[in-house]
Design a protein around this ligand. Structure first.
Ligand SMILES: [Zn+2]
Length: 259
């Protein structure tokens, strides 16, 4: 396994906005394999301080972004810490109550969806909060020691590489359409309905296609068909039945808001 972190999106300083790896890959293809306008102007999407380099694709793997070894993240950037395992996140959420978990989800949603475009580095949300409040850092106290881990994040609307994400804890997010489906379930002569939340994302052709579904137990999310929602959810993607199913780290580790 590679021992460095890769980035699906970055801060593009020339235009003072977020840019996605998918779009950089398309640009490079159309620019005679040259990084062109991005060269020396792409940075960590979170702290906007660490400079990134673009590693070109080979026959074996897709192109990716990584930190330049000579450049460093700001102190409060979650990319300083090792990625959290799903076991660590389960333990972390178990020590919080449902309101505290929802607060974390709210805070992650604010950072991920707040249009930071136009905000310079000094005003970046992460550099302005201490890392106690950074929603991408999970912290557990262990015999007086603090253990901090970082949450990988993945935009559901972008390229999902099974090899890369299978079984690895992520905070998944995106602008999505939703639907619910139900299944009848019987236990000790009582009949229940269990619910699944289906998530659709816009593909490059402009079509809403189903990306994943989440088992919700007895929770029936109040969803309006064809509305666009913002979603954040922490968990792991299970591909064992072919179609990816998102298993939440905790049943409260999900937040849905109308766009
Ligand atoms: Zn950073």
């Amino acid at each position: 396994m590679k021992n460095y972190k890769t980035f699906d999106e970055c801060y593009f300083s020339v235009e003072n906005r977020t840019e996605y790896l998918d779009d950089i890959i398309d640009y490079v293809k159309n620019n005679r394999n040259d990084l062109g306008k991005y060269k020396n102007y792409i940075f960590c999407p979170e702290c906007k301080i660490a400079e990134l380099s673009y590693v070109h694709q080979t026959s074996q793997r897709r192109a990716f972004l990584r930190r330049k070894p000579s450049s460093h993240h700001s102190q409060n950037c979650s990319y300083n810490f090792e990625y959290s395992s799903s076991e660590f996140s389960k333990q972390y959420y178990e020590e919080l109550n449902s309101n505290q978990i929802q607060d974390k989800m709210n805070s992650a949603m604010r950072v991920l969806f707040k249009n930071e475009d136009g905000l310079d580095r000094k005003n970046s949300i992460v550099n302005n909060t201490n890392n106690e409040e950074n929603p991408f850092i999970l912290k557990i106290e262990n015999n007086g020691n603090q253990i901090k881990k970082s949450l990988r994040r993945k935009n559901l609307g972008k390229y999902l590489d099974k090899e890369e994400i299978e079984g690895q804890l992520h905070l998944f997010y995106g602008e999505v359409k939703l639907s619910t489906s139900t299944r009848d379930f019987e236990k000790e002569n009582n009949k229940y309905q269990i619910y699944f939340l289906n998530i659709y994302c816009l593909n490059k052709k402009g079509e809403w296609t189903k990306r994943t579904s989440i088992y919700r137990g007895t929770i029936n999310d109040n969803i309006i068909k064809d509305k666009i929602y913002k979603i954040v959810a922490v968990g792991t993607m299970d591909f064992s039945k072919g179609f990816p199913k998102l298993e939440l780290s905790n049943k409260y580790a999900i937040l849905i808001r109308e766009k």
